[in-house]
Design a protein around this ligand. Structure first.
Ligand SMILES: [Zn+2]
Length: 319
């Protein structure tokens, strides 16, 4: 009997122990799940986390969860750092975009040596595209009805300005003789004023990339005396920042895309005479053939696609 009671008691003890173990097991599982859930909450908050929130969560973590909390905090801190740096990056990008959109770049298309073959094509293309440009013309080229009427049309169009490129293009390309004779070269420019019926005071020297804007003379100085004299007569003298070169007299060397890339590059890297302004030199005769005229049009259209580019004539040059 006593033995039986002992057995019954023993069974009871075993069953109570099982009960306790079960409860302990259930409690452990729920504790693990609780930690897991906490972690997920933290990890799910890794996008934009403010410091206050992390502090609050850290302070509510139990001591037993310290290591997990630390790693979570570390993750979250990293996330904060990442978020912050992303934010900075995004802000920087936005800022760049903003700066870029604020950056107004001035484009000055200048066409030399007209009126000549190719001038009409250039004029038509620029008109179609509604893009202002400056034609630096030569007095003696303005001969014959076709050319004089073309010059008149350009002259009367508010989109364009005709500048002085001398009467004889430096005595027909005799540059040393021309620039060693300042009074003779100035007389040549004055003759061009008459032959081209000019009313602007902007000039480009034949064969010399020399500038005189606001009485500041820069560039090739072999023509210094001529430039100084032009300056004293009220002229602004424009060189060029980039040239669309030609070979064999009139064949364009660079492609339209190459020219666009050059313009973009020198503007963005400040490699122009005046910051944010670019003077582009082309020669009218380069665009006589349809395929070359198409290339000129492609160049103009591509530049126009940039919303930060503003075209103007050189009498409105922005320093
Ligand atoms: Zn020229």
């Amino acid at each position: 009997m006593e033995f039986c009671l002992y057995l019954i008691n023993f069974d009871k003890i075993i069953s109570q122990m099982k009960y306790i173990l079960n409860i302990f097991f259930i409690l452990s599982i729920s504790l693990i799940n609780s930690c897991k859930n906490n972690k997920e909450v933290h990890l799910n908050n890794d996008t934009i986390i403010n410091n206050e929130k992390i502090t609050i969560e850290t302070s509510t973590n139990s001591k037993s969860d310290t290591s997990a909390s630390l790693s979570i905090i570390e993750t979250n801190n990293n996330s904060v750092k990442d978020s912050a740096s992303n934010f900075k990056t995004k802000n920087k990008d936005n800022l760049n975009l903003k700066n870029d959109s604020l950056n107004k770049y001035h484009i000055y298309i200048s066409l030399d040596d007209g009126p000549q073959e190719g001038t009409r094509n250039c004029w038509k293309i620029l008109k179609e595209c509604n893009v202002p440009a400056t034609f630096f013309m030569i007095g003696v080229h303005n001969e014959g009805k076709s050319k004089t009427s073309l010059v008149d049309s350009i002259h009367n169009d508010p989109l364009f300005v005709i500048g002085n490129h001398s009467n004889t293009h430096a005595y027909f390309n005799k540059y040393s003789k021309f620039y060693n004779d300042p009074s003779g070269s100035i007389n040549d420019f004055i003759l061009a004023e008459k032959n081209l019926n000019l009313n602007s005071k902007i000039a480009r020297l034949p064969g010399r990339n020399t500038w005189s804007v606001d009485h500041i003379i820069k560039g090739e100085l072999s023509a210094l005396k001529t430039v100084k004299k032009l300056d004293s007569l009220g002229y602004s003298v424009f060189g060029w920042d980039t040239e669309w070169h030609f070979k064999n007299g009139n064949i364009p060397v660079q492609s339209a895309d190459e020219m666009v890339r050059t313009v973009n590059y020198i503007l963005k890297n400040g490699k122009t005479h005046s910051k944010n302004s670019v003077v582009i030199l082309v020669h009218d005769r380069m665009f006589q053939k349809p395929e070359h005229a198409a290339s000129f049009k492609k160049f103009i259209v591509s530049l126009k696609e940039n919303n930060n580019y503003y075209f103007n004539t050189l009498n409105n040059y922005s320093k």
